[in-house]
Structure formats: C-alpha cells, structure tokens
Design a protein around this ligand. Structure first.
Ligand SMILES: Cc1cc2nc3c(=O)[nH]c(=O)nc-3n(C[C@H](O)[C@H](O)[C@H](O)COP(=O)(O)OP(=O)(O)OC[C@H]3O[C@@H](n4cnc5c(N)ncnc54)[C@H](O)[C@@H]3O)c2cc1C
Length: 427
C-alpha cells in the first residue's frame, strides 16, 4: 500500500482531465503525490462537441482521448468506475462494478482511499420531473446518449427517404445546446443529401421550444434575434414562451394545452448535477444538486473535498456552468494544490475571468461576445469569425490535453480524414 499523499479526481471531463494531467506532471512525476483519475467512461470527450456527434457531423473516433493513454503520458493513474458514494469519515469513495457489454462483471465494487478528492462529474439536462420526459425523450448529455440519438436520427432519416415523408424533430431548450443542435441537424441533412444518389431529400421539420421569452438567453438580445432569423431561414420553427408540461410517444404537450408532434423528441433544457451528489456524505447541495463550494473550491464542510466545473456551485461568486469556467477552475487548482499539500500554503480564492462566449449554427452562421459584451460574427461572412472561433476552442482544448506536437498531428489527422471518410456519419 502506497504511503504517498493521494489525490483522487473523480470525472475526467473538461475540468478533471486538465487537472489530472497538470497535477500528474507537477506532482505525480516527482513522486510528491499519487494522482488518481476515476471516470465512468474509458475515454474523454469534449462535451461542447456532443451536438455534432448527435447530428453525425463530427466523427467521434478521432475526438475521443483515451484516459489510460493520457495517464501513462502524464504520470497519473486511471481507474474506470462510476462513483456511487463518498464516505467522509473513512475518506473513501465507492466505485460501482465495471460490467462488460454482455452484463458480466469485469471489476467488482471497489473502495478507493483519498487524502484529498476533487469532484468534477459534470452535469446533465434537468427535466424538472416533467411527466413523460424520462420515458419518451432523448438526451445528449454524454457520448453514449449522443451516439444513441444519432442512431435514431439516421434510422428516422432512412425511413423518411424511403417513404418520402417529413421528419419531425422537436428540441426542448433554446440554450446553446438546443439551438446549435437544431442547426446541426439541418447541416447533417445537407451533407447526407450529397450521398443520396440523386434522390430528393425528405423535409426536415425541427421545432425548438423555449420556455423563456428568447433563445440564447446568455447572449445579448441582438444575437438571439439574429439566431432566430437564421434558424427560421433553415425552416426551424422557434417557439418562445413555450412551457412544456408533458411528453408522450408522439410529441410534447405545452402548458397552454397545445401539442407539438414529433417523432424524435430531445430534452436539452436546464442543468442539474448527477443524482449521485446526494450520496456524498451530506455535503451541502443546491436545489439542482450542485455541490456548494467556497471560493477556494473546497466544499463548505470538508477541507479535503474540492468540487469544480458544472457539478460545483460557488455560493459567494456563482459562475455559469460552461467549459470556460470548468477549465479555469482546473487551472486554478493545478496551481494551488501543490503548495497547499507540500508547504501548507493557504489556498487562494478562484476568480473567474470572463473571456466571452461563442455560438455556432452549423456552417450557416455564428456569433460571439467579448467579455465587455461587444458582439462579433453574423453578417455577409455568415459569422465566419465566430464559427472559426468555436472550432479554435476545440483545437485549444486538444492542444492542451495532447501537447503541441500531438495536438498538431491530431489536427492534420482530422483534416486528412475528410479525404477518406464521408463528412457526415452514414453508418
Ligand atoms: C451540446 C453541448 C454544447 C456545449 N457547448 C458549450 C460551448 O460552446 N461553450 C462552453 O463553454 N460550454 C459549452 N457546453 C457546456 C460544457 O460542455 C460544460 O460546461 C463542461 O463540459 C463542464 O465541464 P466538467 O468538467 O464540469 O464536466 P464534463 O466535461 O461533463 O465531464 C464530466 C465527467 O465526469 C464523468 N462522470 C459523470 N458522472 C460520473 C460518476 N458518477 N462517476 C465517475 N465519473 C463520472 C463523465 O464521464 C465525464 O467524463 C456545452 C454542453 C453541451 C452538452
């Protein structure tokens, strides 16, 4: 049994993988601490790409980063497993058994000891227990769900092609996820039609339902208006002030009693932490299950438990759950934790530096805002700067995780891939 100080990071997403890699390089390599990453998956996926995987406009073979490979290059240990409980008394985490695809047990339930633990298990859409949603809607909160949606989308498209019928898809949630997905589905159909042997593509009818008065509420009103116009030009129906009160196998029921029929129904509204946070030793949680932390990102009741990214809520200075905030929090802890452990240096508070936001509607348009609120994008270049900016964020992430050389090679591989594979997922 190792006697080294053990830091366990749970969740290898935007925040967790960046932290594990940095702490591994800084403390794992020199033997100052043992860094362990735990994730319920075997590979990291950059979550802001999920709507592209769902539509099939990005191929996730190239975009997955193996945790084991990253661990071996950055001096940390990786264990697959879903956290099911945390015991603050014994400083242990419980990991669920790992099952093979046929259901047989590969690894039994395990207990992992920690001296300090960082929880970064992300978030998922919040259906607010709306009746019928869990049973009749699809979610795109992780790669399995995004791929699951893509399978259904491709099959529904095939049927619509064969029967020459309209394909109806409704998306609940006019935030970045729902809005970008609506455009990406049209882009997918445009690309599929290049491979359809001259057969007329079916009509795709996407309806975007938003409970609030405008889509993209995190952006200035001018962006919401321009995005609505762009979506309508693509024949997407944008319904605002549309409060969904239920779902069934044929569509959504709105609070005013009206119905929106849809053969595929996607729920992309709201944000909540995974339900497991209620089994974390009585840590203070918000109403949406996020773990309340102090500005040092330590939990309110336990100095040895940190939380960051979407699953954390800094009660004194809340930040929106974005990849930008998750990444900055990981960088902050990577700077703070080594001195705290090796020299008992006090932890400095996290300060968020808003660098703006970007939204890309497929290859049709895009907008961004700088931190001061200035809007760029749109116009006759169809938001080229914003669309390139959106892509640049992904490349920046790849370079950070892979390092400059492998990051560059990965870009070249993606580019070469365009010559070999179809530009949309067809199988
Ligand atoms: C479609 C879509 C588009 C988005 N676009 C943008 C954008 O353009 N810009 C932006 O800033 N943000 C965007 N976001 C939000 C952004 O993706 C998140 O804010 C960000 O990923 C949060 O990072 P995280 O590390 O907290 O969680 P995640 O990146 O979600 O990582 C969580 C990790 O925890 C693991 N995990 C979960 N539960 C468990 C468990 N019980 N046990 C073990 N492991 C577990 C998961 O497998 C995952 O690897 C988008 C989100 C979506 C869904």
């Amino acid at each position: 049994m190792s006697q080294k100080y053990r830091i366990v990071i749970v969740g290898g997403g935007v925040a967790g993988l960046a932290l594990a890699s940095r702490l591994g390089d800084r403390m794992g390599k020199s033997g100052q601490a043992e860094i362990t990453l735990v994730d319920k998956s075997f590979a990291h996926v950059w979550k802001p790409m999920l709507h592209c995987f769902a539509a099939g406009t990005a191929q996730n073979e190239n975009d997955r980063i193996s945790f084991m490979s990253q661990a071996s290059r950055h001096h940390f240990e990786f264990w697959p497993g879903e956290i099911t409980a945390l015991d603050r008394g014994s400083k242990t985490l419980t990991l669920a058994p790992v099952l093979a695809t046929d259901g047989s047990e590969v690894l039994g339930e395990r207990t992992v000891h920690y001296d300090a633990v960082v929880l970064s298990i992300g978030s998922r859409a919040n259906d607010f227990r709306t009746p019928g949603v869990a049973e009749h809607c699809l979610f795109i909160d992780n790669l399995v769900e995004a791929n699951g949606f893509n399978e259904k989308f491709r099959m529904a498209l095939l049927r619509a092609y064969a029967d020459n019928e309209e394909l109806n898809i409704s998306i609940v949630g006019g935030g970045a996820t729902g809005t970008q997905l609506a455009a990406e589905l049209h882009k997918a159909l445009d690309l599929v039609s290049l491979y359809s042997f001259g057969q007329k593509p079916p009509k795709l009818k996407v309806t975007l339902l938003e409970a609030g008065p405008r889509i993209l509420p995190a952006f200035p009103e001018s962006v919401s208006e321009a995005a609505t116009k762009q979506l309508e030009a693509l024949d997407v129906t944008v319904q605002v002030n549309a409060m969904v009160s239920g779902a069934d196998e044929h569509g959504f029921i709105l609070k005013d009693g009206s119905r929106v029929e849809a053969s595929l129904r996607v729920w992309a509204a709201g944000v909540k932490a995974p339900d497991v946070t209620t089994r974390f030793g009585g840590l203070t949680l918000t109403r949406s299950g996020q773990i309340e932390v102090r500005p040092t990102l330590q939990t309110v009741e336990d100095d040895a438990i940190f939380a960051m990214g979407d699953c954390a809520f800094i009660s004194e200075a809340p930040v929106a759950p974005t990849a930008q905030a998750a990444r900055q929090q990981a960088h902050h802890l990577a700077r703070q934790i080594p001195g705290w452990i090796t020299a008992s240096r006090p932890l400095q508070p996290f300060a968020f530096h808003n660098k703006g936001a970007i939204v890309a509607l497929g290859s049709y348009n895009g907008w961004g805002t700088f931190s001061g609120g200035t809007v760029f994008g749109g116009g006759w270049l169809r938001g080229l700067s914003a669309r390139l900016g959106h892509l640049a964020l992904y490349r920046q992430h790849q370079f950070e995780i892979y390092g400059p050389w492998r990051g560059f090679v990965s870009c070249v591989v993606d580019w070469l891939d365009n010559f070999v594979r179809p530009s949309v997922r067809l199988d």
